[in-house]
Write a protein that binds this ligand. Structure first.
Ligand code: PBG
Length: 368
């Protein structure tokens, strides 16, 4: 800080003080009128020209739930407007999404039979494998992404093989319900292979198992699926915002929780480490999930690892809370949803997985 004597004798600071005085006393002075940010907000046309963040249909990924053994869509109570579909209905939905310009769908499967090792997840005629084929037959242009995880397929609802089911016997140094890492990798490899074999262009491992990207990459390559991409759920938090999804996909853990593999909500530096590991293992896309409560993490990952496409998952809880507030008349759910997606893009996401994809695509078609 210069002393008051110095600043009084400095002609530049005197001039600056005068300008300040003018601005505050005799409006409008030149300093004030040369700074009117409102000029750029005056009309819809100008606002459109200077909007820094674009949300377009290209940015949307539409998740679909396919259930085995059903022939009609089954509405999901916890997610207003979302249903479980048969593979044939999923193909219709994908065709509709394609007509709206949505480039991609993400598939989750709900099998008829579950077991300890989730073996339906890699069955050649499993429900997701059937859905991939039906969608590819109906709309070959749409990009099909598949969720690679065990939680919807295992009878205990966990994302992998538990210590109690370890063969030939449990690892005595770990609790019985501990989710085993390397045993799970072997199953994830089988799932990814069967999805790629059915025609998925992108597989998306979501279990937060260490080494999942490298393990899947090497199996895919060995079997000739060198062009199948991996969208890694690199940064997935142990979040209460998955609540509605667990009903939707029938994937709630029957006991315990997912805190030994999903990330702690308090951590952001660790997110960079997770992303860096997945990049090195060969991930083609990185994902942050959930999105809305983790915008700082999206920003950080985009800044630290800008070269990979960054995906944000606007998860079930984020979707359903807006719908519920809209249904109660508290706010305009569609406008709030648009605002949320724009904020997620502004934070750094290139792509956004959202259950509202068709509604938002229609909104963008009509309002631009
Ligand atoms: C796990 C998986 C989950 C979600 C996507 N993949 C649930 C979980 O980890 O418990 C949540 C998606 C959402 O809430 O929309 N396969």
């Amino acid at each position: 800080m210069p002393s008051s004597r110095e600043s009084q004798s400095d002609p530049r600071s005197q001039a600056a003080r005068k300008t300040e005085q003018r601005a505050s006393q005799s409006l409008p002075g030149p300093a004030f009128s040369s700074h009117r940010p409102r000029r750029l907000r005056r009309t819809a046309g100008i606002r459109r020209m200077v909007r820094e963040t674009q949300l377009t249909v290209e940015h949307l990924i539409y998740p679909l739930f396919v259930e085995e053994g059903i022939s009609e869509a089954r509405p999901i109570d916890s997610m207003p407007g979302v249903s479980r579909l048969s593979p044939a209905i999923a193909a219709e939905k994908a065709a509709h999404a394609h007509e709206l310009g949505i480039p991609s769908v993400l598939l989750f499967g709900i099998p008829e039979h579950k077991d300890a090792r989730g073996s339906e997840s890699f069955a050649a005629d499993g429900v997701v494998q059937q859905a991939v084929r039906s969608i590819k037959e109906r709309v070959p242009e749409i990009v099909v992404i598949t969720d690679v995880c065990l939680c919807e397929y295992s009878d205990h609802g966990h994302c992998g093989v538990l210590n109690r089911d370890r063969e030939p016997h449990p690892n005595a140094s770990l609790p019985n319900d501990y989710l085993l890492n390397d045993e799970t990798l072997a199953v994830l490899q089988q799932i990814a292979l069967s999805h790629a074999g059915a025609g998925a262009e992108i597989v998306a491992p979501s279990g937060m198992i260490d080494g999942m990207v490298g393990a899947i990459r090497s199996t895919l390559d060995q079997h000739g699926f060198t062009e199948c991409s991996i969208m890694s759920y690199a940064i997935k938090y142990a979040s209460a915002f998955y609540g509605p999804f667990r009903e939707a996909a029938d994937g709630a853990p029957r006991f315990g929780d997912r805190r030994t593999h999903q990330m702690d909500p308090g951590n952001a530096r660790e997110a960079v480490r997770e992303a860096e590991l997945d990049r090195r293992e060969g991930a083609d896309f990185l994902m942050v999930k959930p999105a809305l409560a983790y915008l700082d993490v999206l920003y950080r990952i985009k800044t630290e690892i800008p070269e990979l496409p960054l995906v944000a998952y606007n998860v079930s809880g984020e979707f359903s809370m807006l719908r519920a507030a809209g249904d109660a008349g508290y706010l305009d759910a569609a406008a709030a949803q648009w605002e949320v997606l724009t904020a997620i893009r502004r934070a750094g996401a290139d792509l956004i997985i959202t259950y509202a994809a068709p509604e938002i695509a229609e909104m963008l078609l009509t309002h631009g």
